[in-house]
Design a protein around this ligand. Sequence first.
Ligand code: BGC
Length: 316
Amino acid sequence: MNTSLILVFLISLFYPCFSLKILSLGIKYIYEPTYPITLNTPFYKPEKFEGVHKKAVTEHPIEYPDRFPVPLNYISWNIDFRGYQPVDYTSAIVLNQPKWADPLDFDFKGKAFQSFQGNIELDPEGKPLNPIGRTGMTGRGLLGKWGANQAGDPVVTRLNPETKMLEILLIQRKDNHEWAIPGGMQDPGELISATCKRELGEETNAQIDFSSTPIIYQGYVDDPRNTDNAWMETSVIHVHLNENQANTQQIQASDDAKQAEWRPITKTLVDSLYASHPHFVRLTLKYIDPQILTYCTNYEEILKIQKELENKKSSH
Ligand code: BGC
């Protein structure tokens, strides 16, 4: 066979692949909407955690002992930290074996741990290692599961009909009094849309169906309860209610919430939220339908928060 024949043969072999690739790029281009929240696209790929945790090394719930100090540049497991002596702590609540916690005789042998962050490394005893790095504490703290403990977080927004401010439905947590998205832990086998509906209902009394709401974030949470072996992950969804939809909600705090309120979105409020929730609100403002923003009187604040997301690309 001469060279040109080989060439013709190769081109005819690969042509269908080239055209398929071009076609798929075309479909992506046509169908991938710029604002997935309003268009509800199944093509949207949620973000996950990038960067290093801060609250998981510097904060802890009141009942925890102090963490072994970990300088920020020693968080990564790839950095050698010879003197690292994390404090071992699992809360008595967890040791009491509630139904949401792993058993005390948990068998680590051959166990693979699931995480939105990717593959989970194991320590020499087979215990899962925090995907972001050291926290200064081993054991499970207040978390029931070894490895990832999954939650769901519904971000619900509206335009206040009187002030025309963009508002977010928040709760004040009973455990540490911080303001937070009204999320909660996912029950085994539960769909994340169902977790969000249930938790939102329990904490704020709002009744919202999230069954076709796209997920904007799915990954690690920089939560003060995290340890080297147990940590929080969450799926965040966002829904914007129009005036009628918002008016039908009777907001009332209960369960883990001390207060539940529509709060105007300001940079100060967002920065003060629990765990990685500031990042989740910033993400919401990245994807929210821009038409909604043109009507809001706190637009300047929204711009500041959106800008912050660009500056804080690598932190949560
Ligand atoms: C909260 C969620 C939060 C998650 C991780 C859960 O207890 O209810 O709102 O995102 O913990 O911090």
